[in-house]
Design a protein around this ligand. Structure first.
Ligand code: ADP
Ligand code: MG
Length: 173
């Protein structure tokens, strides 16, 4: 598999966890667009948003997507990467896009267990579960639009990796 693989989905769906394991299974590199932004700008997501607003963050996020896209790479994308039509189109044209799908309650319970404090401001300032329900409702259609394959991300990570590998095999068949 030399085409880049893009993992899309809401925060907590397992893009990083599954992405690392998938890259290992495929013998690919793994990159995370949020992590790339962090190291290339030397700023946290919270810093970028504070200094440049969400618009500034989204512009940098699109730039990060294009910078990390390379053959033989599994790319975990930020939860809002699909918001821009240009990002959705870029991913679909340059590789295979996988949506790791999980319902809001599961995302909320994962994020509550590991809140990653200070990593990213909530989008609305309201309780995390309310926000997840709302953000997911707004983005679900975009994740589906971007994706070549939708994978059930409620299972253990190893099973999700197997499901992605199966999807990639059908893609090549
Ligand atoms: P994302 O990168 O999509 O935001 P992460 O991979 O960081 O998601 O996972 C968020 C949290 O959920 C982490 O604490 C991780 O250990 C946990 N997690 C990820 N995938 C699963 C899974 N399939 N089952 C149970 N917990 C998971
Ligand atoms: Mg992640």
């Amino acid at each position: 598999m030399t085409q880049p693989i893009f993992l899309v989905g809401a925060r907590g769906c397992g893009k990083t966890t599954v992405g690392v394991a998938l890259a290992q299974a495929l013998g690919c590199n793994f990159v995370d667009t949020d992590h790339y932004l962090l190291t290339s700008t030397n700023m946290s997501v919270a810093d970028i948003v504070a200094q440049e607003g969400w618009d500034g963050f989204r512009r940098r996020e699109s730039g990060a997507l294009q910078s990390v896209t390379a053959p033989g790479t599994v790319i975990a994308t930020g939860g809002g990467m699909v918001l821009a039509e240009s990002n959705r189109q870029f991913m679909r044209e340059h590789g295979v896009v996988i949506y790791l799908r999980a319902p809001a309650q599961i995302l909320a319970s994962r994020l509550e267990a590991f809140p990653e404090e200070g990593q990213r401001p909530t989008l609305t300032g309201r309780p995390i579960t309310d926000e997840i329900v709302e953000v997911l409702a707004a983005r679900e259609a975009l994740y589906n639009q971007a994706a070549h394959h939708v994978v059930d991300a409620t299972r253990p990570p190893a099973e999700i990796v197997e499901a992605v590998l199966a999807a990639l095999r059908t893609a090549r068949a």
